[in-house]
Design a protein around this ligand. Structure first.
Ligand code: IVH
Length: 679
């Protein structure tokens, strides 16, 4: 379809693009949004729909590009207009004094030279090229002379402007900066990789580098990357006379510039800022590994010039080594909220990076064996930002034979229950974590209660994190069974608990006493038993006692329940402590509704057709899950079909759905619909 150049559709698309660029800038660069996320999403959805309907009006700098472009076969390379240099390193104060003397000597001045001091971000150097305010290319540093073209990937980073603020600059503008991942995003990414049995990234820098190196930019789009700009390449028309002015100009064009950048007129100010920065290092949300000191005047920079690989006008002052040497005095085992036992080393206190370190995590037994860590060993310890210190390596030369090998305990140090190591799903390999499965274990109790009372589980309104902790600390709850024995009088013994709140909680508990079997099973917090598995168990056996009596073999004979899940369920119900709790709950008048039930209504009114081979579910399983959620499954696609769920080798049904314009989804989209929030 051809759209006239000045059509209202085109105007609307342009308005939407400008609005989205603007709100994106306010949100990701300035941290100061003017509209809600929902409003932003609405604008974005409208633009996506218009671009789909009018592909001829698609624009290479549309904000919709942030979701990724078609995958590449290889990265092209590009020569940098100006080499991307690196920096000389300074490690001690004397190095900085020498740098300052060299600068003054070359410039032949005795007076103070104005410097800019900046955090040295620990990420990946990237160059961005803009033509008339539009991002046209992004590349890596490579060997300094030429790098790889990673434009599609960089376009997915929300703090990178696809288009500069109107009227910023004409012609070509090259800027340079550091792409990084903040620590929260990094932790989240690693947690989800761990859950999917993918190798985790060693640190945020590796994660950022790995994310930029994807040929498929939709993978990059899903990674929480960010970028600070710290300088320029070849530019014309900036007309600045100082580096700090350049940074201000870049910030006003829409680039994200590190707010900690600081002018320093004397060496004392440089030293003072270094100390401040090192101290605030661990409280920053991203990793920095030092401070960069730059001569501020661009005229002076030109006079100082460059060596082969680094400029004479700048230096990187690295922070103190964050490694130290110390001795392991003992290894203690801690129990986390999911019952995971973590060995922790007690160290002879050692100062590392200005902080005294006396403990380090040893992760798990496998790690201890791999590194052959023994009590009494002398070890290298590393501290990175605010991350818990870890033992990097044993210095075996320091052994005298008195060191003692360590074994994880057979029983939980918090409650004495037997600890269990279950095998990984679909694999003979043992899981590295050792766990305690006793829900009464005090170390796990609080989290268990929070989960039990949560909305999708038993749903006790008002019983959230704080109250759960308070009830456990006061000794009023020793298991979730005790929830049903709480009284107004007992609640009133808590500090800050009023009559009205106590009454409300008791009435919420009363209301929760009738509960469908699947939700009850989910609420027990059995490892690997999420809502879907709980649904399957409820549909298969129909009542709690029958589920409790199943052997690992009969459990794993059910479609959808693997060996790991079966063992976990069996382990839970064969624990005498857990059985006692379940008896108590039933004695308190809790009614667990038996039988296969439609337990949530997420898919009510929706009609599905299944076709092809799905990657994980059989057709019958998919059908059961849809029906359990109130949806309908039919054999043929019609105008009444809401979704076609298509797997591999889908045939005529897929064609029919395409003709009718029926929404086509895959298994993972179906699982998302089934798990969707808000029921
Ligand atoms: S300026 C010619 N400023 O450190 C000067 N670099 O070896 C070029 N870096 O590859 C760099 N934070 O990626 C500069 N505030 C900052 C920086 C910074 C981090 C990185 C940069 C470069 C490396 C220097």
């Amino acid at each position: 379809m051809n759209t006239p150049a000045n059509s209202p559709v085109k105007d609307r698309m342009e308005t939407l693009r400008q609005a989205l660029h603007h709100h994106n800038f306010l949100y990701h660069v300035q941290d100061n949004p003017e509209i809600s996320d929902a409003e932003y999403d609405r604008l974005m959805q409208e633009l996506i729909a218009l671009e789909k309907a009018h592909p001829e009006l698609q624009s290479p700098d549309s904000p919709t590009i942030r979701v990724g472009a078609p995958p590449l076969a290889v990265f092209e390379t590009t020569a940098h207009s100006l080499p991307m240099l690196s920096l000389d390193n300074a490690f001690v104060v004397q190095d900085i004094i020498d740098f300052d003397s060299r600068v003054k000597k070359t410039l032949q001045i005795q007076d103070a030279v104005l410097y800019t001091a900046e955090p040295k971000m620990d990420g990946v150097a990237v160059e961005l090229v803009y033509e008339d305010g539009k991002l046209v290319m992004a590349s890596t540093r490579g060997d300094g002379m030429s790098g790889e073209v990673i434009t599609d990937n960089v376009k997915t980073i929300r703090s990178v402007p696809l288009q500069l603020q109107v009227g910023s600059i004409e012609g070509r503008l090259e800027v340079r900066g550091e792409v990084f991942m903040d620590r929260r995003g990094f932790d989240k990414l690693n947690r989800s990789r761990e859950e999917s049995d993918l190798p985790v990234f060693a640190n945020p820098r590796n994660a950022a580098a790995g994310s930029l190196r994807q040929l498929d930019s939709s993978i990059t789009a899903a990674r929480p990357l960010d970028m600070f700009i710290y300088g320029t390449g070849l530019t014309s028309g900036l007309n600045s006379d100082s580096h700090s002015d350049v940074l201000n100009r870049l910030a006003s064009m829409g680039f994200k510039v590190n707010p900690l950048i600081h002018p320093c007129l004397t060496l004392d100010q440089v030293l003072e800022f270094y100390r401040e920065l090192e101290e605030s290092r661990s409280s920053l949300s991203y990793d920095i590994d030092g401070m960069v000191i730059k001569v501020d005047s661009l005229r002076y920079q030109t006079m100082l010039g460059e060596k082969a690989r680094s400029p004479r006008w700048a230096i990187a002052w690295k922070f103190q080594a964050i490694q130290g040497t110390t001795r392991i005095q003992a290894i203690e085992v801690q129990v986390g909220r999911t019952g995971v036992l973590t060995p922790v080393a007690h160290l002879e206190p050692v100062r590392i990076g200005g902080v005294s370190v006396s403990r380090a995590t040893l992760h798990n037994e496998e790690e201890i064996q791999r590194k052959d860590i023994r009590v009494g060993d002398t070890v290298f310890v590393e501290r990175a930002g605010d991350v818990i210190p870890k033992v990097v390596k044993v210095i075996t030369e320091k052994r005298d034979g008195s060191e003692i090998a360590f074994r994880m305990p057979a029983t939980c140090p918090a409650c004495g229950s037997q600890t269990i190591r279950s095998s990984l799903e679909n694999s003979d390999k043992l899981e590295s974590a050792l766990r305690c499965f006793n829900v009464r274990c005090p170390a796990q109790l609080k989290e268990n209660i929070i989960h039990f009372a949560s909305k999708r589980a038993v749903d006790i309104e008002g019983l959230g994190d704080k109250l759960a902790a308070q009830l456990v600390d006061a000794g009023l709850l020793t298991s979730y069974a005790d929830i049903f024995r709480l009284t107004i009088e007992k609640l009133l013994t808590l500090s800050r608990m009023g009559q009205k709140s106590a009454e409300n909680l008791i009435s919420a508990i009363e209301k929760s006493k009738t509960i469908p079997l699947n939700r009850f099973l989910y609420s027990l917090g059995i490892r690997h038993v999420g809502e879907n598995i709980a649904d399957i168990l409820a549909r298969k056996w129909g009542n709690l006692n029958t589920v409790m009596q199943q052997s690992p073999e009969s459990l794993s004979a059910v479609e959808g329940i693997g060996k790991t899940i079966a063992e976990s369920i069996y382990g839970f119900f064969s624990n005498p402590g857990n059985r006692e709790i379940l008896d108590k709950i039933q004695e308190s008048g809790v009614e667990i509704l038996s039988g296969p039930a439609i337990v949530h209504h997420r898919l009510e009114g929706k009609s599905f057709v299944l076709t092809g081979t799905l990657p994980n579910l059989t057709r019958n399983q998919a059908k059961d899950l849809i029906e359990a959620a109130g949806g309908k499954v039919t054999g043929a696609v019609s105008r009444n079909t809401t979704y076609l769920v298509a797997g591999e080798a889908a045939g005529s049904k897929l064609e029919a759905a395409r003709k009718l314009g029926t929404e086509i989804i895959d298994e993972s989209a179906l699982m998302k619909l089934l798990a969707k929030d808000g029921t």
